[in-house]
Design a protein around this ligand. Structure first.
Ligand SMILES: [Mg+2]
Length: 220
């Protein structure tokens, strides 16, 4: 890629809001298979505030915008997702502090810092069947790529997240409410991983990037 501007990142965030709001019931239904069924509502409650506030948010820098998004997540996203998503946006905002555009290396560093923060905040590791099982391989994929074509990058990370749904489906959750039901969490998708994959697939659609989702939850 060449660069991503603050306006482009704002647009991607707005598309993300639409995705989360549209999938409120579906994401909660998925969470209800093994968890407490609140994931979709928790996330949508916060992203409705982001959608409404986004036009007026401080856009002096990407970091300033993301730190504001982080604060909205911490305050308005319910359940365990609030601190997780809030931390992710905060760490991405710290890396992009003062910048009005970013290149591939900065994007990669933002994702890397976000997932490190989420691991530190929530105590989860790879294989615990959380959204980290999407974010960690996404970060690895970004590190492998040169970023010269943004569409190629987007299709590649969408595929990684898509694959993470089926690769983790058989795992037993070790974090969150789903961990309390033990084996019953096996053979259910992790809603956080489905959420990340759905957002990336919707970005593909919005930006006209050709990608055909494979997991059933992306074709429901
Ligand atoms: Mg839940």
């Amino acid at each position: 890629m060449s660069t991503l501007t603050i306006a482009q990142i704002e647009e991607a965030l707005d598309v993300t809001c639409d995705t989360v709001i549209r999938n409120e019931k579906y994401f909660s239904d998925l969470d209800g298979l093994a968890g407490d069924g609140d994931f979709g509502t928790s996330l949508a409650t916060g992203f409705k505030v982001i959608k409404a506030d986004l036009p007026g948010i401080d856009k002096s820098a990407i970091g300033a915008m993301l730190l504001k998004i982080s604060m909205i997540c911490s305050k308005h996203v319910g359940g365990s997702s609030g601190p997780i998503w809030g931390t992710g946006f905060m760490r991405a905002g710290m890396v992009s502090k003062g910048l009005t555009e970013i290149g591939h290396q900065q994007l990669t560093d933002m994702v890397g810092s976000a997932l490190e923060g989420i691991m530190a905040r929530g105590g989860a590791v790879r294989g615990d069947k959380t959204l980290l099982d999407a974010l960690i391989p996404i970060h690895e994929k970004l590190q492998e790529m040169d970023g010269s074509d943004l569409g190629v990058v987007l299709a590649a990370v969408a595929q990684v997240a898509d694959q993470a749904i089926d690769e983790t489906r058989g795992l037993i959750a070790h974090r969150g409410r789903a961990s309390q039901v033990g084996a019953r969490s096996a053979n259910t998708p992790d809603p956080g991983i489905v959420g990340i994959a759905t957002i990336l697939c919707d970005w593909c659609k919005h930006y006209g990037v050709d990608y055909t989702p494979q997991a059933a939850e992306l074709n429901h």
